[in-house]
Design a protein around this ligand. Structure first.
Ligand code: COA
Ligand code: AMP
Length: 623
């Protein structure tokens, strides 16, 4: 085994050599001769002359190599009492026919397909089918409301939207189809067709001429051959929250993505082909894209698609049941899931009912892993609990403890060390590098490694402005943190207006835009406040218009956010305040508010217009 330092240093001193080696794990239709195109900084492209098909790498090549009978996808759905195993041969067959179906509806290479679906196999099959055609999928998380879906439809302009009649949350049925109909009605670029998976729990109405029934069309669809694409062609666009209400369309290319994910499976997660890997996330998030769908399949492992919750479906032993039943080797989830299990079963009594001896590692990401949760999981599971830090933008871990390279002693609260290709630097506001122990802005020297975003969808200028302009030559992660003297990275939280609620990334700016729509609201600010289970929860501070005395303000604002953004925003707290702290030029002091909400003793900024407003707010926020 090579030591971490050798591996990491090689990736920084000779990136082309390092990633050329890693690229050998991919089956190319045209192998790369050039590894990095750095002729147009700050835009970089990996494997610019290579060609491949991602679905061939995820499916066909494993069938050709004799893995056709191996489980590729295990669908386990406690909410519908369904379990089904798809072998690689079956998943390939379904994917090829789904690609044929999409092609018959007009989807070709480069066209976009929006996927708005619950955690059912058809969602994975559609993603892979798009990859097969060289079409670009854009999955929208099911917890988003019609307006958010419409914004994404208008930005990506899909030929087809694929949906299901419903999703099943423990306490209610989520009717996707009427939400899609509303979104299509709002959008300026409606799709030509909508494909609908009719589920038994709730069947929906169809729009004549536009909507087609998945099961009807799939029954007669002819399989489509894979279309080779350039390594630099987009595989998907995944929207994520920025600091404004307009989400950012993160672009993922085909070649760099396959290379990086394959590298990560062996080296970070210590997985072998045939092992069972379970990312308990949702296909609507980046963790679902990378580690439910693509990485395990690219690597010839078995992936688990779980349509349920950590608790309540039916009890806090649900995760341990799935591990025992399928022999899961790696579980990957968000700390919030562990916190919610711990809350319901603090003594981990449910663990005793299941044999989880197959489990070798628990990986967590999506939000900061607090030391209490780390210790509870370590003590009860008896396996390494590995924190790793990444973002939708990067698609795979920026920092981790690489179990397949070198296992470092774990320090609670740290995702350990930078991964290959990520030249992580902590910078002060004025651009100079912080010493170990000093906190600053976490940045990554360009170029970013393969698999990370090459740009934003149709928005090169926004990509530069959002990520590359603050510190020229560096990518700005938006997180603050520090290295310690052993080279361990500590990620302390966002330095912008992004918050993390139950591992779901939300923009406070987007919530503010909705609150401002209410006729009684003069101005507002939304901040993330600590939450015992979800890590953070959004809290709205609103100033009312003169004379406004709404009776049901809180419930109206809560309903408005749910209607406009969706249930996922989990917006429940509103405080009416007399004023918001501002600079003399009228800018709301959000950074100060964030600090107060996080419980820090914030200094009064010299630019403040009226310091007494800040003092009053400290009282409201319980300081
Ligand atoms: N489709 C539609 N609605 C959804 C949804 C989906 N896919 N996922 C969540 N929602 C709804 C929930 O039903 C809930 O609605 P409610 O207000 O009517 O109760 C709302 O969105 C908020 O959901 P969430 O914040 O997830 O809270 P929860 O109480 O339903 O569940 C956890 C809490 C901790 C169990 C859950 O967040 C979880 O399992 N998190 C794991 C972390 C994770 O998946 N992170 C992704 C990145 S790794
Ligand atoms: P997302 O794009 O939804 O994956 O969210 C990315 C953000 O989640 C990061 O910028 C961090 O703020 C936070 N995050 C993800 N993983 C971690 C981690 N391991 N530790 C601390 N914060 C994390």
């Amino acid at each position: 085994m090579r030591a971490y330092k050798d591996v990491f240093d090689a990736s920084i001193t000779d990136p082309a050599g390092f990633w050329a080696d890693a690229a050998q794990a991919v089956t190319w239709t045209r192998a790369p001769r050039r590894i990095l195109d750095d002729t147009n900084p700050p835009f970089y492209r990996w494997f610019p002359d290579a060609e491949l098909n991602t679905s061939v790498n995820a499916l066909d090549r494993h069938v050709a190599a004799g893995r056709g009978g191996q489980a590729a996808l295990i669908y386990d759905s406690p909410v519908t009492s369904t379990k089904r195993v798809y072998t690689y041969a079956e998943l390939l067959d379904e994917t090829a026919r789904c690609a044929g179906m999409l092609r018959s509806l007009g989807v070709n290479k480069g066209d976009r397909v929006v996927i708005y679906m619950p955690m059912i196999p058809e969602a994975v099959i559609t993603m892979l089918a798009c990859a097969r055609l060289g079409a670009v999928h854009s999955v929208v998380f099911g917890g988003f409301a019609p307006h958010e879906l419409a914004v994404r439809i208008d930005d990506v302009q899909p030929t087809v939207v694929v949906t299901a009649s419903c999703g099943i949350e423990p306490a209610r049925i989520v009717e996707y189809k009427p939400m899609l109909d509303d979104a299509v009605a709002m959008s300026e670029h409606p799709p030509a067709h909508c494909v609908v998976v009719q589920r038994d729990r709730h069947r929906c109405d169809m729009v004549e001429g536009r909507d087609v029934d998945w099961h009807h069309v799939m029954a007669t669809a002819s399989p489509a051959e894979a279309v080779p694409v350039a390594a630099t062609d987009p595989l998907y666009v995944l929207y994520t929250s920025g600091t404004t209400g307009k989400p950012k369309g993160i672009v993922r290319d085909n070649g760099g993505h396959a290379v990086a994910l394959l590298w990560s499976m062996r080296n970070i997660y210590d997985i072998e082909p045939g092992d069972v890997f379970w990312a308990a996330s949702d296909v609507g998030w980046v963790v679902g894209h990378s580690y439910i769908v693509y990485a395990p399949l690219l690597y010839g492992a078995t992936t688990v698609l779980y349509e349920g919750k950590p608790v309540g479906t039916p009890d806090p032993g649900a995760f341990w049941r799935v591990i025992a039943e399928y022999g899961v080797k790696v579980l990957f989830t968000a700390p919030t899931a562990i916190r919610v299990i711990r809350k319901e079963d603090p003594a981990a009594k449910h663990l005793a009912e299941h044999d989880i001896s197959s489990l070798k590692y628990l990986f967590v990401a999506g939000e900061r892993l607090d030391p209490d949760t780390y210790h509870w999981a370590t003590d009860n599971l008896g396996v390494p609990v590995v924190d790793h830090w990444w973002q939708t933008e990067t698609g795979w871990a920026i920092a981790a403890n690489p179990m397949g390279v070198e296992q470092f002693p774990i320090k609670a609260g740290s995702p350990t060390k930078p991964m290959p290709g990520y030249d992580v630097q902590i910078l002060h506001d004025d651009g100079y590098r912080c010493e170990p122990g000093e906190e600053g802005s976490i940045c990554i020297a360009l170029p970013l490694p393969p698999g990370t975003l090459p740009t934003l969808w149709n928005a090169d200028a926004r990509y530069e402005a959002s990520y590359l302009s603050e510190h020229p030559g560096y990518y700005l992660t938006g997180d603050g943190g520090r290295f310690d003297s052993d080279g361990y990275l500590f990620v302390m939280g966002r330095t912008d207006d992004v918050i993390n609620v139950a591992g779901h990334r939300l923009s406070t700016g987007a919530i503010e835009e909705v609150l401002a729509m209410h006729p009684s609201v003069a101005e507002c600010a939304v901040i993330g406040v600590p939450d015992e289970i979800k890590g953070q929860a959004p809290r709205g501070l609103v100033v009312l218009k003169a004379g406004a005395e709404p009776q049901e303000l809180t419930s109206e604002l809560v309903a408005l956010v749910r209607e406009e953004i969706g249930a996922v925003a989990a917006f429940k707290m509103v405080d009416v305040v007399p004023a918001l702290p501002k600079t003399r030029s009228g800018k709301i002091l959000r950074k100060t508010l964030r600090g107060i909400a996080a419980g820090r003793d914030e200094p009064v900024p010299s630019t403040i217009e009226d310091a007494s407003v800040l003092e009053a707010l400290k009282t409201v926020l319980g300081q």
